[in-house]
Design a protein around this ligand. Sequence first.
Ligand code: M6R
Length: 619
Amino acid sequence: MCGITGYIGSGDAVEIAINNLKRLEYRGYDSAGVAFPDTNSVSILRAPGKIVNLEALLSGASEHKHVAIAHTRWATHGRPCEANAHPHRDCTGQLAVVHNGIIENYAELRRELIAKGHEFASDTDTEVFAHLIEEMCELEKGCDKTEGVANAIRKALHLVKGSYALAVISQSAPDTVFVARKESPLIIGLGDGENFIGSDIPAVMRYTRKVLLLEDGDFAILTPNSVTLTDFEGAPVHREILDITWDDTAAEKGGHAHFMIKEIYENPRTVRETLRGRLMDDGEIVLPSLPFSPEQWQKFRRISIVACGTAYHAGVVGKMFFEQILRRPVEVNVASEYRYSDPILDEETLVVLISQSGETADTLAAMREAQHKGATTLAIVNVVGSTLARDADAVLLTQAGPEIGVASTKAYLAQLTALYLLGLYLAKHDNSGRANLTEVEYREYVAALRELPSQIEGILKEEATYALLAEELAKHHCFFFLGRRYDFAASLEAALKLKEISYIHAEAYPAGEMKHGPLALVEPGVAIVGFCTQPDTNEKMVSNLKEVKARDATIITLLLEGAETPDCSDFTLRVPVTKEAFMPLVSMVPMQLLAYHVARVLGCEIDQPRNLAKSVTVE
Ligand code: M6R
């Protein structure tokens, strides 16, 4: 995920901005760059790869500057390379911008700007900002002064749809940094005769502990001695100064104790970002990164989903959803078994590979096997520039941002969101007559997708409940997670989450299977988490829970808001109502919180559990 830093003051601006940029390296990036006002124009230095490559470009020309903005890029539009790295300049070289976020209407704006004579030097959506501000400056006819540049930026912001944290410097206002925020984080660090900007608080903590957290719709003009805050119309706004008391390690985790819990809190944003630019205001789903026309999709008679671990569990939900609405055979496979099973593949098979890292050896081997046998491969992947993202025939990026905790959390929600979008898109464009999705149902799904981020936010507000329940549950030596249909798919991931970070034995079972063997293990000290979110099978689910209750297990039920509590339930958790197929996404947030807090109570190494690696690059 991109990172932004900036500095204005009497210090060495380029050096300070780059030092602060290093504090954002944990977010992951593929290139880095810096801009500073120079003799006649704004200078930019950019390098693919690590920040050290950027530092190798620094020379006397970049020393002793007093204003700089810097950036680490995590590619979304345009491959990782020097030309696509930030900062980007306008045609005249008089201004430079860095940006974090996605401009949804960039293609349209780019076309209009090119028609007006602007020349683009990159494939990025960000460059549109530079030319748009230039265009507004020309209209303003007053961009030789700070207020003129500010007005031009504000006008440009009104034309842009999407999310952004934006920083701009201009040769016409050489002692000023302009910033704006909408749905992407940006903070201002306040110094004495100097000011800083950063994507998060740790980015500026080496120099100051006083920060302003910008909110959506904030615009700020920074000079060495002042910060002027307004909205996009220029009306003054006020933000309280925050005194940061965290230590450095806590700061990197955004004040949280572990990356895992930080990433659980990033779930709502992850779903929003994965929907952004794909689910349009009119309810249409567009998947511009996929190189197939709606007609070309029809040639795929079978779909084979392949993945490992959490990504495989997302695939299990994907199979159910695809079969439900596409009415085509869909199989889901564990990648490590795939190529040894001599899979039946041909030109009419679409193989969907799901991976957070895009580097999992087994998933890559499955892709090669599929390609070798003539199937078309589609990667649902989080890391841009990863091997899977580069080598698959088509790519649908999840927008989870870097995931540091070994236990996957937000990536699962991003993978599900991408699968829901893909399934709905394919069903909507199906002209074979097989798909089972009416226009009304499609609209219901779309409305439910839009609700998901705020529903998750609601669950996160209840974190204290999970922390308390974890104290009780941590006393159990064995867990079963039971469910039917989509609830069973969810229970697979819930069990993995608990076992990998708390080291308590946990298994997922289709609820009806317990009496075919595992019931023999049920005794006091065993906890059973029963997922009860699928109305069609709920009665049967409750009967299954009564069977385990009779063997003295502790029963935790996960119920829909408003549903009656079964009398066998010892502890009850509630989740908001959404479409049945979307329940695994919603249900996983309480399960992640529960796993996290049980592991915390037990004093486990949460972010780096024993024996596990974030990216499994060996067979
Ligand atoms: O990077 P990938 O999504 O391909 O990784 C797959 C699994 O290794 C991963 O999901 C693993 O199971 C996690 N530890 C789950 O939390």
